[in-house]
Design a protein around this ligand. Sequence first.
Ligand SMILES: Cc1ncc(COP(=O)(O)O)c(C=O)c1O
Length: 380
Amino acid sequence: MNEVAELARSLPSPACAWIYTPARLRERAAALRRALAPHTVLYAMKACANPAVLAAAVETVDGVECASRGELTLAEEAGAARLAFSGPAKTDQDWQAAAATETPLCVHAESLGELNGLAAAGYLGPVALRVNRGRPVPGTHRMTGPATPFGIDPDQVAAAAAHARALGLDVAGFHLHAVSGCLDADAYADHVADGLAWSARAADEAGIELRYVNVGGGLGADPRGETIDLERLGERIAGIDTAGAELVFEPGRYLAADSGWYLAEIVDLKTVAGQAFALVRGGTHHFRLPAAWGYSHPFTLVAVDHWPHPWPRPRLQEVDLRVCGELCTPRDVLHAGRRVEAVAVGDRVLFANAGAYGWEISHDRFLAHQRPLQITVDGA
Ligand SMILES: Cc1ncc(COP(=O)(O)O)c(C=O)c1O
């Protein structure tokens, strides 16, 4: 943190940057591997595809889960030892990319229609059927439970397996990704145990020789830095019966969340209708998560002494400060307001635990503002 804060202070004005600390991902990967051993861990690179963060994941976990052919290419280039290919609405070009991938790959098929495209492309590797079991798991995003566009219904599994066999495809098992942002270790352990037991039964009924059960990602890490209790999860799944299948986890958020920091300099300070505002060089077009989820992302203020202008430096004291960006929309809010003792134009606002789904989901083309710097700090 100190190293990141020092960097935040020293960047030239107007400072605006994503700062990545891949060492943090290595630490989280080590903790995850200890808790989940001997099972397989893939990194869901959609959470953060920064090259240094992806490289750290490639070094420390078993492979990479991809959700587009662009991600397949990036993961292969980063040297991933194995890959999974998930995601809805795949196209012929995606199937051809899967068929041409030289790295060991398991494709997660989202529908019966996807099986046709995959077979037509000449894909010969293993396939897992993504099933929406309708069993909700608590978290910030539920992919199962209510109707979602993901996977097939459980009662379609036998038909899908028969269809895949007729097409000459090798069905290895199931993909059961169900949730994102789950902070409840017991509920997650139940998801794993229940998913394994269901997979054994469903494979038996559908005539699938079960080799692969992927329970997805979803291990929680929230903006305050709170994480799912890995020790508890590890205890709950220790020695679990996988019916001889490989048990696979594919977390993104847990691994990447504390590896990314968003930094934005305060370029204006004012009070409007009794509300104090800090306007920053940057905003939700670089760090969309708070606006997308409708929450205030915790921040720290990094005070800067330097003031290069001849006019007096604007300052506020003892205010509830709302942090907004440079977009012409009232939704460009990074933090709706918290008490600060003192703040001045030129100070920097630093958002920790921002690495997962931060830059990756952002709409940075809007208004053609200059992009943030992308900086890697190792050892922080
Ligand atoms: C198929 C799939 N796997 C893994 C993940 C990663 O989820 P998380 O970042 O919550 O671990 C996602 C996220 O949406 C996903 O769609």
